[in-house]
Design a protein around this ligand. Structure first.
Ligand code: R5P
Length: 296
């Protein structure tokens, strides 16, 4: 039995201090429940509400993508530099050590390949398995304007509803397939339609003109994909401009893992996203880190 002999009344109630209640800095998240906010705060640094997510889910429709042939060799050493890892459950279970401390954003739709219509996706992970894997969020691809637009929005509805039952956030990913134009008009339409369905953050592409309007029109955090591999300075410029114009960070894949020096590059991206470093200075950082032997 607990010792109650010396039980004392509480002494200091700080009657001069009003109750503390800290509003979330993560856009659009104030009305969420504790578990949802806690998971989001694992992905988005509570200090600046930004994130550097490392996307390695490309194999779910394009097979052994360059740089991802051996996730256990090339990706695991990058994980300590990422705020979150976007990954399929297959790669997670087979190739990522369970001891990582970084949160997982679980790719939760799939069902197509590069050989066929890209928008033809289904929900590819049950909420039970997402929770079993301790996912901090689930990711759903949505193809606004695509052949299977309706079904892909339906997938988002279903995953958001399932996640809401258990406090697991959802990230909507605007997929453009092979045909859709990545301009501000389209991205503004696609991201807003996604956000209205209720995901807790949205991933989209950056566009040179009008991105600030895309970000402002999305009531939850917007993160950008990196897209195809660019020269490093250009990728850093894109990340810089995106956060300057309202993005909450990046969910970047090829521009990191297809680099000559991925560990140097992810640290340079962090300098831009979390340190507001200029692309030029971040590129200098990349060059200096590139000359240091990488961890394996
Ligand atoms: C699409 O294939 C995946 O969802 C990727 O996560 C996404 O495209 C981001 O990766 P990247 O920066 O290589 O475009």
């Amino acid at each position: 039995m607990a010792d109650i002999d010396n039980l004392q009344d509480g002494k200091n109630y700080y009657l001069d201090l009003p109750p503390r209640s800290t509003p979330s800095r993560i856009k659009g998240s104030n009305a969420l429940d504790w578990g949802m906010k806690n998971r989001l705060a694992r992905i988005f640094d509570p200090e600046d509400a930004r994130t550097v997510m490392l996307a390695i889910d490309h194999g779910y429709f394009q097979g052994p993508t360059t740089g991802l042939e051996r996730i256990d060799v090339t990706i695991v050493p990058l994980i300590p530099y990422a705020d979150a890892l976007m990954v399929t459950r297959g790669s997670l279970r087979s190739s990522i050590p369970a001891e990582i401390s970084r949160p997982v954003v679980l790719r939760s739709t799939g069902g197509q390949s590069i050989l066929k219509e890209l928008s033809n996706e289904l929900v590819a992970v049950d909420i039970d398995d997402a929770i079993r894997l301790n996912a901090s969020a689930m990711a759903v691809q949505v193809y606004v304007g695509g052949v299977h637009e309706h079904e892909s929005i339906g997938n988002l509805v279903n995953v958001v509803d399932a996640g809401n039952r258990f406090g697991v956030p959802t990230m909507a990913v605007t997929g453009v397939g092979k045909d859709l134009v990545r301009d501000a008009k389209y991205l503004g339409l696609a991201t807003r339609i996604c956000a209205e369905v209720g995901p807790h953050f949205v991933k989209t592409y950056f566009c040179e003109k009008g991105f600030s309007r895309v970000a402002a029109g999305c009531p939850v955090p917007l993160v950008i994909a990196g897209g195809k591999k660019l020269p490093e300075l250009d990728a850093l410029k894109m990340a810089y401009q995106a956060v300057e114009e309202g993005a909450a960070g990046v969910d970047m894949g090829r521009n990191i893992f297809q680099c000559d020096a991925p560990q140097a590059m992810i640290q340079a991206v962090r300098a831009v996203v979390h340190g507001d470093e200029t692309p030029e200075k971040a590129f200098d950082l990349y060059l200096s880190l590139k000359s240091v032997p990488a961890n394996r």
